[in-house]
Design a protein around this ligand. Structure first.
Ligand code: FAD
Length: 377
């Protein structure tokens, strides 16, 4: 009989890789990824933002608990900083000016610990930060300095390298297609052969419900939502130090990305799990929103893409052992914040799987909030 691993992780995105890393060699691990490369789906298509504001209290806490790791990763984890300062400019047109001031007051009052304060800006001050804003559209703005670009690929590879150095095996081109429980462990059928493990972790992102079905569990209503982005050239403008810009209700956002401007219409269309691609209408909306609030003329879209943001019905992550199927652990539903919360989410999952106390940065977070039991019927 082939080796029985302690844990098989389905999914080589940021969620599966962070768990493999934070298990720190305490369990024997094999990670199974259906694609040829890690991070091929959501993880490789994100807006790469880290911000402690504008989330539910639970997601805010997970992000805060991830900040130390992101800002000061362990020696040797990454060859460059994982976070780069970006800043975030929140803008509103005349109709939403009052609403923006209310959001500003709330953010000022509830500032996350140790973060610099937000600043209310008039149109001229906003245009000092983003000269191509249209003063005919923007009415008022506020600036949040606590917004960072994440080096997503470096973070993902740091997790993978660290996990492998602790003995974890990573198998790419290994799609999980079937599983049966035999003698207290799983016999897992994959496109790369059979794997045995005592526990299977379902970190399959948009595929979380169908993957759980392979293991005999009922779906939890974890649904992928498509989000689109386009990339446009902005000749004559140096974007290096420009902040990210968000419409106050996140109707759209744009930010510098590899010398161009990434623009998203912040769409959120429920879809079946698949290799997401952009729909023409969403691409057109992205270009329209940018043209509307700036003086830029968008004549050419250099590149467009889409990815899946996958949510449980209550929009909280799902982390914990199944109450229905022995040997199944859920690690899914990290929505639009899976990159920035990956240090905390990976550590919570690792502690639960090892029946260990929650380590320091996450000690104040009650993992029962994220238990699949809240969704199991
Ligand atoms: C446009 C966009 C912008 C975003 N912006 C941000 C942001 O600014 N900040 C942030 O923190 N987050 C952001 N996100 C969200 C973030 O990208 C996700 O939360 C995160 O990548 C989810 O990671 P994951 O590992 O759960 O999923 P994935 O990266 O999708 O990984 C799941 C993996 O499971 C594999 N898999 C599925 N089924 C099987 C199977 N049967 N066998 C083997 N393998 C399987 C898939 O191939 C996939 O690689 C954004 C997402 C999008 C789309």
């Amino acid at each position: 009989m082939s080796e029985v691993h302690d844990i098989a992780i389905i999914g080589g995105g940021i969620t599966g890789a962070s768990l493999a890393y934070f298990l720190q060699g305490r369990r024997s691990v094999v990670l199974l990824e259906q694609e040829t490369a890690l991070g091929f789906h959501s993880t490789g298509r994100s807006a790469a933002e880290f911000t402690r504001r504008f989330h539910s209290p639970e997601v805010g806490r997970l992000t805060q608990a991830s900040a130390d790791f992101m800002m000061t990763p362990p020696p040797g984890f990454a060859e460059i900083d994982l976070l780069r300062p970006r800043g975030n400019l929140l803008i509103a047109d005349a109709e939403k000016a009052g609403h923006l001031r209310t959001v500003y007051d709330t953010e000022r009052a509830n500032a996350p610990k140790d973060t610099p304060p937000v600043e209310l800006l008039n149109v001229e001050q906003a245009m000092e930060k983003v000269p191509f804003l249209d003063p005919g559209w923007v009415s008022v703005a506020f600036y949040d300095p606590d917004c960072w670009d994440v080096e997503v690929e470096i973070l993902l590879q740091g997790y993978a390298r660290g996990a492998k150095s602790q003995g974890a095996a990573f198998q790419q081109s290994a799609s999980v297609t079937g599983a049966v429980r035999e003698n207290g462990h799983w016999v897992i059928e994959t496109s790369a052969g059979e794997i045995r493990a005592k526990t299977v972790v379902n970190a399959s992102g948009g595929w979380a419900d169908p993957a759980a079905g392979i293991l005999g569990a009922a779906p939890l209503g974890i649904t992928p939502h498509r989000r689109t982005a386009i990339s446009v050239k902005v000749p004559g403008h140096d974007l290096t130090h420009m902040p990210e810009v968000n419409e106050i209700d996140e109707l759209f956002y744009f930010k510098p990305d590899a010398g161009q401007l990434m623009v998203s219409p912040a769409d959120e269309t429920p879809v079946d799990p698949h290799d997401a691609w952009p729909e023409e209408l969403d691409v057109a909306y992205a270009a329209h929103y940018l043209s509307e609030c700036t003086t830029l003329e968008v004549t050419h879209v250099a590149h467009s893409w889409a990815g899946l943001r996958t949510f449980a019905p209550d929009r909280l992550p799902v982390i914990g052992f199944s109450g229905q199927v022995e040997g199944l652990f859920w690690l899914a539903g990290v929505g639009g914040y899976g990159i920035q919360t990956s240090p905390a989410v990976g550590q919570i999952a690792a502690a639960l799987l090892c029946d260990a106390p929650m380590p320091d940065p996450i000690a104040g977070i009650d993992p029962r909030l994220f238990s699949p039991s809240r969704l199991e019927r």
